[in-house]
Write a protein that binds this ligand. Structure first.
Ligand code: PHE
Length: 444
């Protein structure tokens, strides 16, 4: 595996970068509204099962493809199976990443907007926060301005390069994010009446189960772990030869679940504790959908002492979480252009930045466009990508290469034991499960 290609500098940097990609708006913005919609505890249960049985094996597979090929997502398939149609799986991934950016950057822009409203104190003076969010939604230019600011921020880190930009930013932001969430969670569960929120989150109620439960939970698992589009292939291509792929996948997935649950523990108990009529709170949470964070939470902050500080902390955290994810999304497309078309890193970043701005403008204008990008990527393109990546590693890659990757060429002999169960999962369990969930979910 000798090569001159750049790699991440340290073990912590690797986990931080991959976890930085995984942990994002998917955990803090998308997860709570999906969980509220899916009936709370049941959704969470299925979600965690999806992560354990599909997410972790798929993440190991993506890391493997990336590190074995040391190339961008499309280039990796081309290197490992040149002259075959497998490169289309990589290209689909790049397209998916680009489409995710198209709506993700808009929400990221909202987080910046709300952060600045928090520190300027204007947010705590707003009377009707639902109307306020509505006004912002009805003003595409305001959204576009913040979105462009956010895209430039991400581009700055991309131009700074793998080591300086991605690794360093993740190493600083990730622990900070964790700390802030814990503080807010403690604040939330010590509120009077928080128990009903925790109940909703952790007590399964079979009556709420929907026919699309599995599809929703699987889509959320893939989205949240940044899987199915080659993001982890791209990051895997920067891993060291002595990175333990299985261990890293488990660490990243654990962090990701923890942050999502923590976000739930921040949002649900405080939402239940501080509402005037708890009977309608679940409907409100579900209806809140994309606006959940931006309406419900500031409402709650406003009823707390030091509201300005809590909301500034929270939106700062949210923006940082989003940033480490947008960096990874942008890196997938940038590296693809850079390596496949031999365009300089700067020029590639410029192209991706312009493309993201165009898509973002469309999604700022049209909620329909926004939702189509969200649903098409999370519930369709990511599972399809994941399906093919598993088949690729399970059936196309040589068994010996898989073994060498799992054991780091024999340096981790105990990992050899994983080969059989791992291959069983990626050959049969994950593809069959994705296929059945798909058919069942789409029919339902
Ligand atoms: N995983 C990120 C989140 O949870 C979103 C993302 C998806 C990032 C796919 C990269 C690739 O917010």
């Amino acid at each position: 595996m000798a090569d001159k290609r750049v790699t991440f500098a340290s073990k912590i940097g690797i986990v931080a970068a991959a976890a930085g990609s995984a942990v994002g708006l998917g955990n803090i913005w998308r997860f709570p509204s999906q969980a509220a919609d899916g009936g709370g505890a049941i959704f969470i249960l299925v979600y965690v099962v999806c992560i354990l049985f599909f997410g972790i094996p798929l993440m190991i597979s993506e890391f493997m493809v990336g590190r074995a090929a040391r190339a961008n997502t499309a280039g990796a398939f081309n290197k490992l199976a040149s002259g075959t149609p497998w490169k289309w799986v990589g290209r689909l991934g790049v397209l998916t990443g680009f489409m995710i950016m198209g709506f993700y950057m808009v929400v990221s822009g909202w987080t910046l907007d709300y952060f600045f409203q928090s520190i300027s104190g204007s947010l705590s003076r707003v009377g009707d926060l639902t109307a306020h969010f509505g006004t912002i939604q009805a003003n595409p230019w305001r959204q576009i301005a913040w979105m462009i600011a956010f895209i430039f921020l991400s581009a700055f880190f991309i131009v700074s390069g793998v080591k300086k930009g991605i690794e360093r930013s993740a190493k600083i932001f990730m622990p900070l994010l964790f700390l802030l969430l814990i503080v807010l969670a403690v604040r939330s569960i010590t509120l009077e009446g928080a128990a009903s929120g925790l109940n909703f989150l952790f007590r399964p109620d079979l009556a709420d189960v929907k026919s699309t439960l599995f599809l929703d939970a699987m889509g959320q698992a893939f989205f949240s772990l940044s899987l199915g589009m080659g993001c982890m292939i791209t990051y895997g291509s920067y891993f060291n030869n002595n990175t333990d792929l299985a261990k890293t996948s488990i660490q990243v997935s654990t962090l990701d679940i923890l942050v999502a649950i923590l976000a739930g523990v921040v949002i649900f108990p405080s939402a239940f504790a501080l509402t005037a009529n708890p009977e309608t709170i679940v409907d409100k949470l579900v209806a809140g959908g994309p606006g959940l964070l931006f309406i419900t939470l500031p409402e709650l902050f406003n009823q707390m002492p030091l509201s300005m500080m809590w909301s500034a902390l929270f939106f700062c955290l949210l923006a940082l979480a989003a940033l480490t994810s947008t960096i990874s999304l942008m890196e997938v497309v940038t590296l693809y252009l850079h390596e496949e078309y031999r365009i300089s890193r700067k020029k590639s970043t410029l192209l991706v930045t312009s493309g993201a701005i165009v898509l973002g403008i469309f999604s700022s204008y049209s909620a329909l466009f926004f939702n189509v990008l969200d649903i098409a990527t999370a519930k369709f393109m990511l599972p399809v990508g994941g399906f093919f990546i598993c088949l690729f590693v399970g059936w196309k890659l040589k068994r010996n290469l898989v073994l060498l990757q799992l054991t780091n060429e024999g340096e981790l002999p105990t990992r050899a034991k994983l080969l059989k169960p791992y291959l069983f999962l990626v050959r049969y369990v994950v593809p069959i499960a994705i296929l059945s969930i798909f058919i069942y979910g789409l029919a339902g």
